[in-house]
Design a protein around this ligand. Sequence first.
Ligand code: DLZ
Length: 161
Amino acid sequence: MSTKDKNLSHFDKHNLPDAGTFRFGIVVSQWNSHITHNLLKGAVDTLLELGARPDRINCFDVPGSFELIHGANQLCKGEIFNAVIVIGSVIRGETAHFDYICQGVTEGIKDLNIKYNTPVIFCVLTDDNEQQALDRSGGKYGNKGVEAAVAAVQMANFGNH
Ligand code: DLZ
């Protein structure tokens, strides 16, 4: 699962569905906002490049990654989005809190993918230090926000072919 040897941010838009008819919801954690802001920019720029209409991309802030679950749940419940992206950055500290947050968010988002028809794309960086997060949010290993947008378009189109 390492992205060290592969930068997945490169994609061929001709091999992807046109996003012009889809509506996207993005929930963004404000914790480590210098990281999540870059992830959000990567995601939005990519959705637009794939044909999404600016007025069909709606972004919502939440305080931290743990709140991504509730935010995404609200968006899924409304049934107006073809795909939802959750964006967060959890960086390991000195206590086990990191593990609980990571596990809670992962499980919570997984549960939403089972509960609702709306796909929820997981763009939560879980890094040991800030440099690893910077490397994956527009640094030397690409931008996971770009990859999340590509996945969102593919999943919004799921079953349409
Ligand atoms: C409390 C906390 C800590 C210590 N670290 C992070 C982090 O690295 N990334 C993140 O997104 N959120 C962190 N939080 C906040 C929790 O996600 C959550 O917002 C609070 O526990 C309140 O529920």
